[in-house]
Ligand binder design. Structure first.
Ligand SMILES: C[S@@+](CC[C@H](N)C(=O)[O-])C[C@H]1O[C@@H](n2cnc3c(N)ncnc32)[C@H](O)[C@@H]1O
Length: 246
């Protein structure tokens, strides 16, 4: 009887110790996670502050992160646009990035942003924000519904390019759309449909390059356009930069 009793006590003790150890490990995981989150958040705040200072903005930007580009990606764009002074910027998807790029054109005193937007609601929203910032002369949001494009025998819903002025030579191409839910490798068509319009020395910035889908897209572009140099920048959602040789 006493043996059974003692065995039971031992069993309960072992179980309690096991649970305690699990709770202990979970606590360490939570502490590491919270440290990582804080570090990431601080980096985004620093980048956002950097954007406001470097662009000397007179009005606040719409929200960043989430659906919009993150501050670190926007800062990469702004620094490139200020240093390289691109004449023609084409952007796949409009929003906060359009304002940042348009402000760079204004500060440079030259250049124009053409932003392809498939959703009329967000197109109107970006135009309104451009007016609010006094940037309407530096960026044009083009209504570009997603229409079927046939590429390598496959159907790709991607922007209608008919609104894009013909004969454009692109100096900077920023790819942050269409949304991932459109289809697998949703942003791939930018390669076969826009890369042929790139000027020598032009650069391509791809947002969300940390995702599996975007990594597969970059791999495919590099296979199809082997002359493009490839680099990455440290950004929370990932940033791939491809450069056409001069
Ligand atoms: C990744 S977002 C574009 C972000 C844009 N480049 C920026 O920095 O704000 C891609 C598309 O999502 C759509 N979109 C933007 N904000 C959205 C929201 N809050 N909810 C759903 N769709 C949104 C727009 O049509 C946009 O072209």
């Amino acid at each position: 009887m006493s043996l059974i009793f003692h065995s039971l006590i031992l069993l309960v003790l072992c179980y309690t110790l096991h649970k305690l150890r699990q709770a202990h490990l979970l606590l360490f995981d939570l502490r590491d996670q919270s440290h990582q989150d804080n570090t990431g958040l601080f980096r985004q705040l620093e980048a956002l502050q950097g954007l406001y200072v470097e662009l000397d903005l007179k009005a606040s930007l719409p929200p960043t992160r989430g659906w919009a580009a993150s501050p670190d990606f926007l800062l990469e764009l702004a620094r490139h646009a200020r240093a390289a002074r691109p004449g023609v910027v084409v952007e796949c998807s409009s929003g906060t990035s359009t304002l940042v790029l348009a402000r760079c054109m204004q500060l440079n005193g030259a250049g124009k942003v053409y932003s392809l937007e498939h959703d009329p609601h967000y197109a109107a929203q970006t135009r309104q924000q451009l007016r609010r910032h006094g940037l309407q002369d530096w960026a044009e949001v083009l209504d570009a519904a997603l229409r079927p494009h046939t590429l390598a025998g496959e159907n790709w819903p991607w922007y209608d390019l008919s609104a894009l002025p013909s004969g454009l030579g692109i100096d900077l191409l920023v790819i942050d759309g269409p949304p991932q839910a459109t289809r697998a490798l949703a942003r791939y068509p930018a390669g076969p449909l826009l890369f042929l319009h790139l000027n020598p020395g032009a650069q391509i910035f791809l947002d969300d390059a940390g995702r599996d889908d975007e990594q597969a897209i970059v791999a495919r572009w590099r296979q199809e356009f082997p002359l493009l140099a490839h680099a990455t920048r440290v950004c929370e959602k990932g940033c791939a930069v491809l450069t056409k040789p001069t």
